[in-house]
Design a binder for this molecule. Structure first.
Ligand SMILES: [Zn+2]
Length: 82
């Protein structure tokens, strides 16, 4: 494990927990995922997401692809998916 996980590897700034809007451009479809939990650098704005979050994003993308809309805007939470 890395020793300096709380420091940004790019600018050495402080990392903070936050929420970001994550955009996935599939070429034909654009999927915008709001309220995505992420770690954000307070200095340069670089964003990191956890493996768990990345898996959830994949699930959201799969769901959105099936709807086949040009632009799909969803919240990160999958709770509303029937
Ligand atoms: Zn930074």
């Amino acid at each position: 494990m890395k020793k300096d996980e709380k420091k940004c590897p790019i600018c050495n700034g402080e990392k903070e927990q936050g929420k970001v809007t994550f955009t996935v451009d599939l070429g034909t479809n654009l999927i915008v995922i709001r309220e995505t939990p992420a770690t954000v650098c307070s200095l340069c704005g670089e964003e990191w997401i956890s493996d768990e979050t990345a898996e959830n994003i994949e699930a959201v993308v799969r769901e959105a692809k099936m709807k086949n809309r040009m632009i799909e805007v969803v919240n990160f939470s999958l709770e509303s998916v029937a």
